[in-house]
Design a binder for this molecule. Structure first.
Ligand SMILES: [Zn+2]
Length: 331
């Protein structure tokens, strides 16, 4: 990534086409320090459809801090950059943000993530079965593979590889025997190599979503799949909870709706193959931990569940707004 000291005025159309430009979106302040945030922007364009009809949804509550990037959920996770809403494609997005936030992931160590291995495996087995219905086998690339739990489940049907920035996570995945690219997705150079690319809770983290989607279009074979899990800002929970919706976290720079998610992939030559609900499977013990950012509810449920037989009960939640989408590359 470049470290330009000027505010960049790249063509909105270039970005919409996924030109691979390293430029910041128009209106994103670019500091000479390369990481600090700067003052108000001149113009703000939607990072999905490039519309200039964006309005303030939530003010900045993060200040100059780096957002929480781990899974040890607490009230701090709800502190965000300023969130804007696009009036055309309904996308929500954080702006301005810390430049090159992705570099912060390289140093992330997250022991709390390890506590959820069993739950993730139960969820991932369901995901793999669903994907297998659309693609019987071949090469699969999991973006943000963390410690390799999905790769472990997916290798039942696929030859698997991962992409992971965290040194700590990628080392664990490598020690488990998986091939891991420790880079951003656009740096992976195997054109048309993959039958399936998966992103579980990752697509909202990207600073430049079109750049990443263009990389997916390049890496996946014609007829291949991109499978995505993320939240839906137009869903009932999002509308009821507002900025307390669990996807409104500092680390999520892109907050999709089904409309904006589909629009972005269609712009890169994909079509929607299937849209459903993510089969989030968890023990009640970890479910109550996830409620940690809601102090009252989290405290009460924790008291009820922990230290009782309930902590070992597993349930699958099909929550409205937990989008699980499969896109197929045309051609
Ligand atoms: Zn838009």
């Amino acid at each position: 990534m470049s470290g330009s000291s000027q505010e960049v005025e790249s063509s909105a159309a270039d970005r919409a086409r996924g030109s691979g430009s390293e430029a910041q979106p128009i209106g994103t302040p670019v500091s000479s320090g390369g990481s600090a945030r700067a003052g108000p922007s001149r113009e703000i364009l939607c990072p999905v459809c490039s519309s200039d009809g964006c309005t303030l949804l939530y003010p900045d509550t993060l200040g100059p801090d780096v957002p929480r990037l781990d899974y040890d959920f607490g009230a701090d996770h709800g502190r965000t950059y300023r969130i804007m809403k696009c009036g055309r494609c309904t996308h929500r997005f954080a702006i301005p943000t810390r430049r090159d936030l992705w570099k912060e992931y390289e140093g992330v160590e997250d022991p709390a993530y390890m506590a959820r291995t069993e739950e993730r495996a139960a969820t991932f087995r369901k995901l793999v079965k669903r994907i297998h219905r659309f693609c019987p086998g071949g090469r699969l690339l999991d973006v943000g593979c963390a410690t390799g739990d999905f790769l472990d489940s997916a290798q039942a049907f696929f030859d698997v590889e991962g992409v992971e920035l965290s040194k700590w996570s990628s080392q664990i995945a490598t020690e488990r025997g998986f091939r891991v690219h420790r880079s951003r997705l656009p740096a992976v150079s195997k054109d048309s190599a993959y039958d399936v690319i998966t992103l579980w809770g990752v697509i909202g983290l990207f600073e430049h979503p079109h750049e990443e989607a263009a990389a997916m279009a390049r890496l996946v074979k014609p007829g291949g799949l991109v499978c995505v899990w993320t939240g839906d800002m137009a869903s009932l929970p999002a509308r009821i909870l507002g900025r307390k919706y669990w996807y409104v976290m500092g680390q999520y720079l892109q907050l999709y709706t089904a409309t904006s998610l589909c629009r972005m992939f269609e712009m890169h030559g994909f079509e929607r193959a299937w849209m459903g609900t993510y089969p989030f499977t968890s023990s009640l013990r970890l479910l109550t931990n996830s409620l940690g950012r809601y102090p009252v509810v989290g405290g009460v449920t924790k008291a009820l569940v922990h230290r009782t037989f309930l902590s070992r009960v597993f349930i699958t939640l099909l929550l409205p707004g937990e989008m699980f989408a499969i896109f197929r590359k045309k051609g």
